[in-house]
Design a protein. Structure first.
Length: 228
């Protein structure tokens, strides 16, 4: 049941203004990507509407859109369920992510400034502190912010747009392995900062390629699963 499936404080506030259906969509997508709503969980329109303080109509519209985008499965005579990604789906997404971010790392080594390096260091410290505090949600958010800023430093708008299209799914796949990756992930981030600071394009690519591969492998091996 949804009422027992959401941790306290997980339901985001619906910000105003803006079309209600859009705000409901964003709220549900946030709950899915943070895994407050877990893969395979049954989504009951009335319960979602009650939690969000809205009528069923915008919830129904949001679920239909999420179904189109692959976040939700609508099953005849059963209702809506959070999509359960296959290993192949995850692998394809994480491979694409690696290609985009490896190039972003190279470009960041070319284009970074002292200010950019300072901000990368600050973002890295935030992530390290989250790991030390065993705050998985904060670590996931910090990881997303760090990678997004590397992409920003790359200075390629098209690359950034493509990365934005997969960003939420990357976060979705990263969340269940964030604790497993732990300190090592941020050691790798430090290595990336060093390569970018040295303007070592090949080195930055190598570090990012290894970093994204470690996350991909961790996802496949989560909970003792064999790497397929």
């Amino acid at each position: 049941m949804l009422s027992t499936g959401l941790p306290p404080g997980a339901v985001p506030k619906l910000e105003r203004p803006g079309p209600l259906r859009e705000r409901v969509y964003e709220a549900l997508l946030e709950l899915i990507t943070t895994r407050a709503l877990r893969p395979g969980q049954h989504l009951v329109e009335t319960e979602l509407a009650s939690h969000l303080g809205v009528s069923r109509q915008p919830v129904r519209e949001a679920l239909q859109r999420l179904n189109t985008e692959g976040w939700v499965d609508l099953r005849p005579a059963q209702g809506a369920f959070v999509h359960e990604p296959t290993e192949a789906e995850a692998d394809q997404l994480l491979v694409v992510r690696a290609l985009l971010e490896t190039e972003a790392a190279r470009l960041a080594a070319v284009n970074s400034s002292a200010h950019g390096l300072t901000r990368l260091d600050r973002l890295c410290r935030t992530g390290e502190e989250a790991v030390a505090a065993d705050d998985v949600d904060a670590a996931v958010a910090a990881n997303a912010a760090f990678h997004a800023y590397v992409m920003e430093l790359a200075g390629n708008a098209v690359l950034g747009e493509l990365a934005a299209q997969v960003d939420r799914r990357v976060r979705w796949y990263y969340t269940p392995v964030a604790r497993q990756r732990g300190v090592q992930s941020w050691i790798e981030h430090r290595e990336l900062i060093e390569a970018i600071a040295a303007r070592d394009e090949a080195g930055a690519q190598q570090v990012m390629r290894a970093h994204t591969e470690h996350t991909r492998t961790s996802y496949h091996q989560r909970d003792g699963r064999p790497h397929e």
